[in-house]
Design a binder for this molecule. Structure first.
Ligand SMILES: [Zn+2]
Ligand SMILES: [Zn+2]
Length: 236
């Protein structure tokens, strides 16, 4: 079956995410946009994933729990997990490896935990959008250890991306897939170091109006989180 996806979106738990990006608002916008498969991927946390997944499932969407993990080299990677439980356990591992520092809500914006009905559960005091102590080379195996899958985010952007930091694609990192940003020029993927890679495009939405309308498609044998993860791993 063909399903429209957007697998990289932020909620109000990301300091740079709009306060309107509540789990329920985001789920409603995804449904309105005509998406079928969606994922919440806040910076270095899975804290709003369970709420978002419940809100999205109520709207008939297939929702996955995820994170945009910032490695010690300042490379953003998207990590997805089959269940919010597994994502939260991964989140605990990452939380213990955040770089030191508190969030200043007046400068960076608040980091708000919410339930599926947009009730406020609390605010995160630690700065979530910085680097972690986790090196890029550990990310694929680490995501796998929690039942998930990871890939480098927005590799065509100059900052916080694998190519921006390393300069060239490193096949020894064993990522079979990479994310391109929406504004990626078509000739970019003809770079010789990217030969053989598969690509996906997600919105990286931080505001409600940045959520994609249904455009990017995955072909799955069944409608389940495992089928999404297998499609990401193998292309089928
Ligand atoms: Zn990013
Ligand atoms: Zn992002």
């Amino acid at each position: 079956m063909k399903l429209y996806y957007d697998l990289h979106m932020h909620s109000c738990l990301s300091p740079c995410g709009s306060e309107d990006m509540t789990p329920a608002n985001l789920a409603a916008m995804c449904a309105l946009a005509g998406l079928d498969v969606v994922a919440l991927t806040d910076h270095n946390t899975c804290g709003n994933c369970a709420s978002f997944c419940r809100a999205a499932e109520e709207r008939g969407l297939l929702a996955l729990a995820g994170m945009e993990l910032c490695t010690s080299e300042e490379v953003h990677t998207v990590c997805l997990f089959p269940t919010p439980d597994q994502a939260e356990r991964f989140g605990e591992y990452v939380y213990a490896r955040l770089s030191p520092g508190e969030n200043d809500p007046a400068v960076f914006g608040p980091q708000v935990y919410m339930d599926q009905g947009d009730g406020i559960l609390g605010e995160e005091p630690r700065m979530l959008a910085g680097t972690t102590l986790i090196p890029l080379a550990e990310v694929p195996g680490l995501a796998e250890a929690y039942g998930g899958f990871a890939w480098p985010a927005h590799i065509d952007r100059p900052s916080f991306s694998l190519l921006g930091v390393l300069g060239v694609w490193d096949p020894e990192l064993r990522f079979p897939l990479a994310e391109l940003s929406h504004s990626c020029p078509p000739e970019f993927i003809r770079r010789r170091d990217l030969a053989g890679l598969r690509f996906i495009t997600s919105s990286d939405a931080h505001y409600l109006d940045q959520v994609y309308t249904a455009e990017h498609v995955m072909e799955l044998p069944e409608r389940s989180p495992e089928a999404v993860l297998n499609w990401l791993r193998n292309g089928k």
